[in-house]
Design a protein around this ligand. Structure first.
Ligand code: ASP
Length: 360
């Protein structure tokens, strides 16, 4: 079934009503103020906007390669992520909590290349990257090349809040995790999925045959190579946040770090402009400083979110990179451009309905 939404969605989002108990409290407080003031404040609260967008990676995702069952599993995964973040936003929670929760759900889902189900390096290991950013104060936390943490996005948040640093990698990041009470996995078995392992074998075989005509069995799809998860949100306080988590790209060299944990590339949030989470060929997204560029075009050029997001993705394409991004601005407008045949993506529409799309 073809979904009606265009590649670049741009929506004026959500007018969700804030909770009634807040009104009661406000009325109580109004003993010293007027009932009229309290009513006005309540009306203001009623029109507060919030919004949430998630992605589960972009690439050559074709209907012809997808079984209905598999498609359902991806859709369910994205819906679960939306639900985790949406519940927090609806209650008046922070965009930071919402993005962290949404990403965590996808890290736990073996279908996505983050946490469980992460792709393999050329050495047959898993090395995970993640980042989170708070648009309110431009605080950020990121981890790279970590090997024994179930939920890298939680560690990224800990780095932001407790380490005094912005980015930590490898053993140092894991030692910090342990000091902070995060349990380390004894080995990497937890991350294993047969599908990701087979993808690595396929790529290695293709490499060997590179000089000759590669047979059909060696055709490598983007699906084999990458896929990442991310979330961006606007909360009822008007604060933006972004979070991204990934296993990187299949067959990457150990030690390779992609765009996802790089603040300003795969992840960025600034209350003055927007929040961005990207997915695709990390090397190109780093070189194009995707997240910060989208924000800068809005801040310094006065571009709309949609225009800025597309401009930057075009820059990635000119360099030779493929992928996509999700973004939300401080007004609740969203953009989800991509230049591949598909991107696993979802958002909450103005009526609170979850919309999940995969293909172009
Ligand atoms: N951008 C990620 C990376 O390069 C991979 C992806 O999004 O598929 O590590």
């Amino acid at each position: 079934m073809k979904l009606p939404h265009a590649i670049n969605c741009y929506f004026a989002l959500m007018l969700f009503s804030a909770a009634a108990p807040a009104f009661a409290q406000e009325l109580a407080r109004s003993i010293t103020g007027s009932a009229e003031q309290a009513r006005e404040k309540h009306l203001k609260m009623q029109t507060r906007k919030f919004g949430l967008v998630v992605h589960g990676g972009a690439g050559t995702i074709k209907r012809s390669n997808m079984t209905p069952e598999r498609e359902r599993e991806y859709r369910t995964g994205l819906e679960r992520a939306l639900s985790a973040g949406y519940e927090i936003l609806k209650r008046g929670g922070s965009s930071l909590d919402a993005t962290e929760a949404a990403v965590r759900v996808m890290e736990d889902d073996p279908h996505f290349n983050a946490g469980k189900g992460a792709v393999f390096t050329s050495a047959g290991t898993n090395e995970l990257d993640a980042a989170i950013m708070d648009g309110k104060n431009l605080k950020a936390g990121a981890v790279a090349a970590i090997k024994h943490i179930k939920n890298p996005v939680n560690l990224a948040r800990l780095v932001m809040e407790k380490s005094g640093h912005v980015m930590m990698d490898g053993e140092g990041a894991e030692a910090f995790a342990q000091e902070s009470g995060v349990e380390l996995l004894p080995d990497q078995k937890y991350f294993f999925t047969q599908e990701r392992w087979d993808a690595l074998q396929k790529i290695k075989a293709a490499e060997k045959h590179r000089t000759g005509q590669a047979g059909k069995e060696f055709v490598i799809t983007d699906q084999d190579r990458h896929g990442t998860v991310g979330a961006v949100a606007l909360d009822q306080n008007g604060d933006l946040a972004a979070a991204t988590s990934t296993g990187g790209t299949t067959n990457k060299r150990p030690g390779r770090v992609g765009d996802s944990p790089i603040i300003g590339a795969g992840t960025y949030a600034n209350n003055a402009t927007c929040a961005v989470s990207a997915t695709g060929d990390g090397e190109y997204f780093i070189r194009a400083t995707v997240g910060h560029d989208v924000s800068a075009l809005m801040e310094y050029r006065g571009m709309s979110l949609k225009e800025a997001a597309q401009t930057v993705l075009d820059k990635v394409a000119r360099l030779g990179g493929t992928g996509g991004l999700i973004a939300i601005d401080h007004r609740g407008n969203i953009a989800l451009p991509f230049n591949t045949s598909g991107m696993y993506r979802g958002y909450v529409d103005p009526n609170g309905k979850f919309v999940v799309e995969i293909y172009k």
